[in-house]
Design a protein around this ligand. Structure first.
Ligand SMILES: NC(=O)c1ccc[n+]([C@@H]2O[C@H](COP(=O)([O-])OP(=O)(O)OC[C@H]3O[C@@H](n4cnc5c(N)ncnc54)[C@H](O)[C@@H]3O)[C@@H](O)[C@H]2O)c1
Length: 438
């Protein structure tokens, strides 16, 4: 794919459509409104907080990313979405219990206006919750078209210039990509004859891409990660990305594992367990839904450590991930890692991590960055899988046959170099020998 140099600026309103208005979505929305009202800072956001180096180190050009690339302004974001529950985003944020009521009350007027549209839902895919705010239709094709109508109406009603959709709904049960997902024709036939292998997140993904709206997936289910959706995205020239936001324990893993590998330290075992008590935890208490998450979480270490090329260090690595639903903790997850490592002459050591983390507080800035950068991708005429956004995802979507990059530092280099490339700046290789040449 050739990337065109970015010319167009981010004029007008950018609509952000979120299927699933639960903890991460409402924390994101509240954070943007709070920032716009001067009540908070979007800490953790790459685009709003990070500086990007341009040119040589001696030039001292290090702008904030948002000042370097023409991104939509936070004031220009307009939120909408779907949920199976009827609560507006103020109520939903209170139920999620992430942000304090004192803050939410100051955002109440704005958040009460964001009410969920009726969802496309299939209990087969998320068995442990059910709600009344659901569309009915004879076929999944009808439901897909109803979503396209919602998208069009939202855009008109809110006077949006452009839209972005990010799946922030529950993790769906595990399904593998099969014949119905292999081509546009097979997928459309499957929508028309209600093929049970097509999940709601795929229907949202299809409706978005068919409407020309960039789509990303914040959870681990397939959604747009199928040949059919990729084909549609390429055909209609729409950017897509995923999957599963890189927060919490996996964030720690992708920070720590590259460091241990860089020092050639061996790893014998990595045991990760979590307790969390939010609705996400409730959904993941079902084995079919946990399986989807497990696959996404397990893929990380192999890709970073490459046991096949370093058998002496990693071939016996035992990697286990558990998530336990424990209501008293709500969104305040606790994640423990025990890492059995070995060094010089095979001597054993242990690392213990106890991460008292607020999952949605880590997820919200990623949603903001993905929104702004997917919109940028579309304005830069980039389309199909946006692998350069891997930095934000636990299970980065890549072209078939390409091994995803999980190492967060490599992902950051890729992300920054893509931005430099878009803006016509020199790429940075970190070679640096020229500083020492006379
Ligand atoms: N919290 C995190 O840090 C984090 C990190 C990575 C990924 N995720 C993923 O993000 C997703 C959302 O997490 P959360 O903590 O906000 O969960 P949540 O349960 O609070 O919110 C999910 C919402 O999606 C709604 N929903 C489910 N199916 C739907 C459908 N078909 N259409 C519309 N709405 C639907 C639910 O009713 C719920 O309100 C999950 O898949 C989770 O695994 C979360």
């Amino acid at each position: 794919m050739t990337v065109k140099k970015l010319k167009s600026n981010a004029h007008g309103k950018l609509g952000v459509l979120l299927p699933g208005l639960g903890a991460i979505a409402t924390t994101y929305i509240a954070g943007v409104i709070a920032t716009n009202k001067g009540l908070g800072n979007p800490i953790g956001s790459f685009t709003q907080n990070n500086r990007i180096r341009l040119g040589k180190r001696t030039e001292n050009r290090n702008p904030i990313v948002a000042d370097f690339v023409p991104l939509a302004k936070l004031n220009d974001l307009v939120f909408g979405g779907w949920d199976i529950f009827e609560d507006d985003t103020y109520e939903a944020a209170k139920t999620a219990g992430v942000l304090e009521n004192n803050l939410l009350d100051q955002l109440r007027d704005e958040m009460e206006q964001i009410k969920p549209m009726k969802a496309v839902f299939d209990k087969e895919y998320v068995q442990l919750i059910d709600g009344p705010n659901v569309k009915s239709g004879e076929t999944n094709w009808d439901l897909m078209e109803a979503l396209m109508d919602d998208i069009k109406n939202f855009k008109e009603k809110n006077n949006c210039d452009r839209l972005v959709m990010i799946w922030t709904g529950s993790t769906e049960k595990y399904v593998e990509s099969s014949d119905v997902h292999q081509s546009i024709e097979a997928f459309e036939a499957g929508l028309k004859n209600n093929d049970p292998r097509i999940s709601p997140s795929m229907i949202y993904g299809y409706a978005a891409v068919k409407s020309g709206v960039p789509f990303a997936n914040g959870s681990p289910n397939l959604a747009a990660d199928t040949p059919a959706l990729v084909e549609l995205a390429n055909k209609l020239k729409v950017p897509i990305g995923g999957k599963d936001l890189k927060t919490g324990q996996t964030l720690m893993k992708t920070i720590l594992a590259p460091g241990l590998k860089a020092r050639s330290l061996g790893i014998e075992g990595w045991f990760s367990t979590n307790i969390l008590g939010n609705r996400d935890g409730q959904v993941l208490d079902h084995p079919d839904n946990f399986k989807t998450k497990e696959v996404s979480k397990l893929s990380v270490l192999d890709s970073i450590l490459e046991p096949e090329t370093h058998p002496e260090l990693y071939k016996d690595l035992y990697h286990k991930v558990r998530i336990n639903y424990y209501p008293p903790r709500g969104d305040n997850k606790e994640g423990w890692d025990n890492i059995d490592i070995f060094g010089w002459l095979g001597y054993k050591m242990q690392i213990k991590i106890d991460f008292l983390c607020k999952d949605s507080i880590l997820a919200a800035p990623l949603l903001l960055d993905i929104t702004l950068l997917l919109d940028l991708a579309q304005r830069a005429e980039m389309f199909g899988i946006q692998e350069w956004l891997s930095f934000f995802f636990k299970a980065p979507q890549t072209k078939e046959g390409l091994t995803p990059i999980h190492d967060i530092f490599l992902q950051k280099v890729k992300l920054e170099n893509t931005l430099r490339h878009l803006m016509g700046e020199n790429l940075i290789t970190h070679l640096g020998l020229d500083y020492y040449e006379e």
